[in-house]
Design a protein around this ligand. Structure first.
Ligand SMILES: [Zn+2]
Length: 220
């Protein structure tokens, strides 16, 4: 029931940017479908994230980075109207954590932004990486760049900060639309994935450590 309400909510056009689809007939499309199918059957998420035998690690990373980007984007979309300069003047996770934005371009030095602005820059930056065919090649004839894993790490680390902000500052909204179970499932999937491939440092994971130990209990 809760999940249905959540999906309906999304279908009302709450997404604020287009999803990047995987072209049907490609390896990444079938990996994406495979990953989706194993989620629906409700099996152990800690095991689901493992690289399937014979698959290429970069393809597996790429599929998950794009999927998590889309899903976390949707989650933020559901709280976005409650996240503005007044409610969230800083990109915080409670009183102990505040993130500063730097992109080496417009913001050369780490700069304090409202959560809304920060997340807008963060999503734009990730989208530009995903749409850059030199980073996320669309054809399997084109190799992944040598730093693909480092870029994926950075993307996932930044996406994690959206979870931090949403969980700590907007969870009441998530609960009120009945999306709690869905968001927790997405978080668990994300967490097991980044742990499996060591994509996010322990220090970055700290703000949600307590909640993580409560909800991420799938057996090895
Ligand atoms: Zn906010």
């Amino acid at each position: 029931m809760a999940l249905n309400g959540f999906l309906e909510f999304f279908q009302k056009g709450k997404t604020f940017r287009p999803k990047k689809p995987f072209a049907s007939g490609t390896i990444r499309y079938s990996l994406h479908k495979q990953a989706q199918a194993s989620l629906q059957s409700g099996i152990n998420l800690r095991q689901v994230v493992r690289l399937p035998q014979g698959e290429n690690l970069n393809d597996w990373l790429a599929v998950h980075v794009v999927d998590f980007f889309n899903r976390i984007n949707l989650i933020y979309g559901t709280v976005a109207e409650y996240c503005n300069e007044t409610t969230c003047p800083t990109m915080s996770g409670g009183s102990r954590y505040e993130y500063l934005w730097a992109d080496g371009d417009l913001y050369k030095k780490p700069t304090a932004l409202s959560a809304q602005k920060y997340i807008e820059h963060l999503m734009d930056w990730i989208e530009s990486q995903i749409n850059n065919e030199a980073v996320f090649p669309v054809s399997t004839d084109v190799p992944f760049p040598k730093n693909f894993s480092a870029i994926s790490r950075k993307i996932l680390t930044r996406l994690f900060r959206v979870f931090v902000h949403v969980y700590i500052h907007h969870f009441d909204r998530i609960v009120s639309i009945g999306a709690e179970a869905h968001v927790n499932a997405c978080y668990k999937h994300f967490y097991y994935f980044v742990q499996e491939f060591e994509m996010i440092s322990a220090k970055e994971l700290e703000p949600l450590q307590e909640m993580t130990s409560r909800i991420c209990k799938d057996k090895d």
